[in-house]
Design a protein around this ligand. Structure first.
Ligand code: NAD
Ligand code: G6P
Ligand code: MN
Length: 441
């Protein structure tokens, strides 16, 4: 079997060690000859890189490993780039969350004005990675899950339409793991699903077992009482604040009990509730900096100090095995059905042909073949039209350096009450993002 060379872009990410351990756990399905890391923050990446070097030496010494901040070194001789960068890192996420909250608006990493601000930072970073990949490894594929994936995906469609980039999100997977638990199934792969929407903005329209039996009634019964809260859950979204989000799906479901909602819809449908339940001084970014970031960097430091992973609590990020599924689909033409963020192109019949939508695709060596979703109901169509306009205007604002379009984008977000509030938030965001955004005129 062919052995692959992988580049993890955003090597200093809190998810890197878990993903490397996951890759090592899947070598029988996806053989690897080389793993490299790339980041633009040498110091941050070195802390993770030194620990990963030890993990690899212990568990898979045959795999060549290196990390670098030099694009040529990193991107040369690569088959797959797994991209998870966060332009501006957690301190900027904190501002994305806190600035809108100061104005009484949802403060969230990927939704509302915070997501727009993050998008304006991410576009240049991700396009840069694509260009490095095409220069130094023109046959490689990029599996991108850098957020905000909806805006990043629209930017790749506009700016690099022929690039081999696949945009993917893990939220539907986390929810499907919970659905499988509700149904008493061993794996989410025992379900046959139909889903449509935008990234962090979608609905399951059918869930069936492999015999074709409708599983929606049983799911609806559970979700209408408990949301997606289940005893065991998925191993990615474990903290109390995530539990609140899973519980809130109960109220989101009430709006349209014929479908099952993505958890992120709460930010658009219950923004008042979200703001009331937010702590303006301590947001999710603070939780992550105090939690996951401290934990991962602390464990890496121990591994380096002891020159051994003995007693180390870093664990396999099993949930991320969807990345291996995707790489395998491309590498071995598996034709697995996966949810990807792709150009609509008629798959949702009554929706913008050029929208980047999250829908099931059959993935093979030539990339994704989207499945036909058909017509969607007026409620979802209306919501998606508003949100896709936010995403498209944000990308246009970035390309044209247009203040006007970014003001329109923020005004158009369902989380924002008026053009006045939108402008106040925008002016604060511009000040905070001076280092990262193009100049807006
Ligand atoms: P993190 O801040 O720990 O790591 C991000 C790394 O990216 C940092 O080391 C940073 O220095 C680096 N970076 C920033 N700009 C860069 C650039 N231009 N070039 C190279 N490296 C750059 O963040 P994290 O919490 O581990 O998350 C990483 C990313 O993965 C985020 O975008 C997050 O939103 C995303 N994510 C997406 C999904 C999904 O469902 N799509 C799931 C989990 C995480
Ligand atoms: C989900 C989403 C990701 C997002 C993550 C945030 O997994 O699909 O897109 O990055 O949640 O998690 P965090 O723990 O960083 O708040
Ligand atoms: Mn996501």
């Amino acid at each position: 079997m062919k052995q692959f060379s992988i580049l993890i872009a955003g090597g200093g990410s809190t998810f890197t060690p878990g993903i490397i351990l996951m890759l090592l756990d899947n070598l029988d399905k996806f053989p690897i000859r080389q793993i490299k890391m790339f980041d633009n923050d040498a110091e941050r990446q070195a802390k993770i890189g030194e620990a990963c070097a030890i993990l690899l030496k212990e568990k898979a010494p045959q795999i060549k490993f290196s990390y670098s901040t030099n694009p040529e070194e990193a991107f040369t001789d690569i088959d797959f780039v797994m991209a998870h960068i966060r332009v501006g890192k957690y301190p900027m996420r904190e501002l994305d969350e806190k600035i809108p909250l100061r104005h009484g608006v949802v403060g969230q990493e990927t939704c509302g004005p915070g997501g727009i601000a993050y998008g304006m930072r991410s576009i240049g970073g991700v396009i840069g990675l694509i260009d490095y990949m095409e220069k130094y490894s023109p046959n490689a594929w990029m599996l991108n899950y850098s957020n905000p994936a909806a805006i990043v995906a629209e930017a790749t469609r506009r700016l690099r339409p022929n690039s081999k980039v696949l945009n993917i999100c893990d939220m539907p997977i986390g929810i499907e793991v919970r659905m499988a638990e509700i149904l008493g199934l061993e794996s989410r792969k025992d379900m046959d699903i139909m889903y449509y929407g935008l990234n962090h903005f979608g609905w399951w329209k059918s869930v069936r077992d492999k015999q074709g039996n409708d599983l929606m009634p049983k799911l609806r019964e559970h979700v209408s009482q408990y949301g997606y809260v289940v005893p065991k859950g998925d191993n990615q979204h474990t903290e109390a604040s995530w539990n609140d989000t899973f519980a809130k799906a109960k109220d989101v479901l009430a709006l349209d009990p014929t479908t099952l909602p993505n958890t992120y819809l709460k930010y658009y449908l219950f923004p008042d509730y979200v703001v009331e339940h937010s702590n303006k001084e301590y947001t999710r970014a603070n939780e992550v900096m105090d939690g996951r970031e401290k934990f991962v960097f602390g464990e890496c430091e121990k591994v380096v100090k002891n020159q051994s992973s003995e007693g180390c609590a870093l664990h396999i990020d099993e949930h991320a095995s969807y990345i291996v599924d995707l790489a395998r689909a491309i590498a071995f033409n598996t034709k697995e059905k996966m949810l990807l963020i792709v150009e609509n192109n008629g798959a949702i019949v009554n929706f913008d042909l050029t929208a980047m939508v999250e829908i099931p695709c059959i993935v093979g060596s030539n990339g994704p073949e989207p499945l036909v979703v058909g017509r969607i109901p007026q409620f979802q169509k209306g919501m998606m039209e508003q949100q896709v306009t936010v995403e498209k205007l944000t990308v246009e604002a970035w390309i044209e350096g247009s203040y006007q379009k970014l003001w329109q984008a923020i005004t158009m977000s369902k989380t924002v009450p008026s053009a006045k509030v939108a402008k106040d938030i925008l002016d604060d965001l511009i000040e905070a993002n001076k280092e990262y955004w193009p100049v807006l005129k």
